[in-house]
Design a protein around this ligand. Structure first.
Ligand code: PLP
Length: 394
C-alpha cells in the first residue's frame, strides 16, 4: 500500500552528478515520508529475553480461539493484556466494551466503516475527517469502491444533511493536535482513531470512552511488524459486524501475532508497575522529548519554518504536567500559500509528505520522527535531527 504510512521505501545513498560541478554527489537522501515506528528498538533490545515466546509444532492450529469473546478469533491472553494495559495507563475505559482484534488498526478502520455504514440507503454514506487528516483515510474508504461508503473530504466544510461517518484522530496524524468531532449533525457516527493516545506522545487527560475506539500496537510499543490492532466497541451489533468483516476478509487474525502482542503488552504493563524495571513509557517519552527539543532548537534558529505548538497538560499517567511529543512534526513554511515546502526540501534531498496529502496546504509538510536511525550515519544521529541540520542551512 505505497503512499500510506506503510509504504516501505528506505533511505538510500544516492550518487549522482550535480549540474554545477559535474562531479559525483554522494550525499544521502533522507526519507522522512513514511512513518515506521522503530524508534523504541533500543528499549526492546534492553529487555533481552523477557519478551520471548515459543511455539511448538502442535500449538495454535485451529482457526478458533479458546476464549468466550464475541470476537471468536481473539486470543484470551491478548484480551486480558489489552484490558490490563488500558487500566494501568488510564487512557481508555474497557469495562463493558467489546474488543475486536484486527490485522493492524488499518484493517479495523475498514471493518468499522463496513459496520457503521447503513445498508438501506440509496447512496453511499459520506466519510469525512477534518484537515489535516491521516492520509490513509481517503484510500481506505474508497479503495474497493464498495458502494457502502464514500470519501467526502474535510469535515469542516461538510454540509450535506443525513448520515455521515467522521474519523477523529487524537492526537492527530500529521499535526499531533488533540481533536474532537467537528461536524454538527445528529446523524453522525464517529470512529476515534486513538493510535497515539499513549503517554510518550501526549498527556493522558481522561480515560477515553467513545463508541468506537481504535488502538494499535504499532504506535503504542513500536511493534508495527506484528500487525496487531484492537477496537474497543460499545455496541454489540457493531462489534459483531466488525468481527464478521474480519472473518470474511482473513478468517481471523494470526494467533502467533496475537500471542506475541499479548507478551509485549504484558511486559509494558509490568514495566509500569514494577519499580525494578525500566518504565517503557518513561523511556519512550524521554526519547521523544529529546528529539523534539533538538528539532525545536534548530527550527527556532531558522527563519523559514515554524512548528506546531502544544499546550502543557496534566497527565494522569505520569502525574505531572507535560507537553505533547508527536511521532510526526508538522512543519509550516513561513512563506505564502504558494510556497511548495515538500519540493523545497526535496531539492535538499529530504523526502517529506506534502500537506496536500493530508487535505492541507502546499506550504505544510509532515516529517516522520518515529524511525530509529539514519542508515549509514552515526547511530545517535537520527534521521530527524539530520534533516533538521539541513533545515538550518535553508
Ligand atoms: C492515525 C493512525 N492510525 C492508524 C495507523 C495504522 O496503524 P496499523 O499499523 O495498526 O495499521 C497509523 C499508521 O501510521 C496512523 O498514523
Amino acid at each position: 500500500m505505497c503512499g500510506t504510512d506503510g509504504c516501505l521505501v528506505k533511505c538510500s545513498s544516492v550518487s549522482c552528478a550535480t549540474p554545477e560541478n559535474d562531479t559525483k554527489d554522494t550525499s544521502t537522501t533522507i526519507n522522512l515520508d513514511h512513518g515506521d515506528p522503530t524508534m523504541y528498538e533500543s528499549y526492546w533490545r534492553k529487555m533481552g529475553n523477557k519478551c520471548d515466546i515459543t511455539f511448538n509444532g502442535d500449538d495454535s492450529l485451529s482457526y478458533f480461539s479458546s476464549g468466550k469473546s464475541l470476537c471468536w478469533f481473539l486470543e484470551s491472553k491478548l484480551e486480558e493484556q489489552i484490558k490490563r494495559l488500558h487500566n494501568v495507563v488510564e487512557n481508555a475505559i474497557v469495562d463493558d466494551y467489546y474488543i475486536v482484534v484486527g490485522t493492524g488498526s488499518s484493517q479495523l478502520m475498514q471493518a468499522a466503516l463496513y459496520a457503521l455504514s447503513p445498508t438501506d440507503q440509496l447512496e453511499p454514506i459520506s466519510v469525512v475527517s477534518a484537515t489535516p487528516f491521516y492520509s490513509s483515510y481517503p484510500e481506505v474508504t474508497d479503495f474497493v469502491k464498495s458502494g457502502l461508503h464514500k470519501w467526502a473530504g474535510d469535515a469542516r466544510t461538510f454540509e450535506k444533511n443525513g448520515p455521515f461517518i467522521e474519523f477523529i484522530t487524537s492526537p492527530n496524524n500529521p499535526d499531533g493536535v488533540i481533536r474532537e468531532p467537528v461536524v454538527n449533525g445528529n446523524q453522525g457516527k464517529l470512529i476515534y482513531d486513538l493510535a497515539y493516545y499513549w503517554p510518550q506522545y501526549t498527556a493522558i487527560t481522561s480515560p477515553a470512552n467513545h463508541d468506537v475506539m481504535l488502538f494499535t500496537i504499532s504506535k503504542c510499543t513500536g511493534h508495527a511488524g506484528s500487525r496487531i490492532g484492537w477496537a474497543l466497541v460499545k455496541d454489540k451489533e457493531v462489534a459483531k459486524k466488525m468481527t464478521k468483516f474480519i472473518e470474511i476478509s482473513t478468517i481471523g487474525v494470526s494467533k502467533e501475532a496475537q500471542l506475541r502482542a499479548a507478551k509485549i503488552l504484558e511486559v509494558v504493563s509490568d514495566s509500569c508497575l514494577d519499580p525494578k524495571m525500566e518504565n517503557f513509557f518513561e523511556y519512550s517519552q524521554s526519547l521523544m522529548s529529546d528529539r523534539w527539543k533538538r528539532l525545536r532548537q534548530v527550527v527556532m534558529a531558522n527563519d523559514f519554518f515554524v512548528l506546531q505548538k502544544y499546550p502543557f497538560q496534566y497527565c494522569l499517567f505520569t502525574k505531572d504536567f507535560c507537553e505533547s511529543h508527536p511521532a510526526f512534526a508538522w512543519l509550516i513554511c513561513k512563506g505564502g500559500e504558494e510556497e511548495d515546502c515538500q519540493k523545497l526540501l526535496k531539492e535538499h534531498k529530504i523526502h517529506t509528505r506534502s500537506g496536500r496529502r493530508f487535505g492541507s496546504d502546499l506550504r505544510n509538510v509532515r516529517i516522520n520522527g518515529d524511525t530509529s536511525y539514519f542508515a549509514g550515519a552515526e547511530k545517535k544521529d537520527d534521521m530527524w535531527v539530520h534533516a533538521a541540520y539541513v533545515v538550518r542551512i535553508l
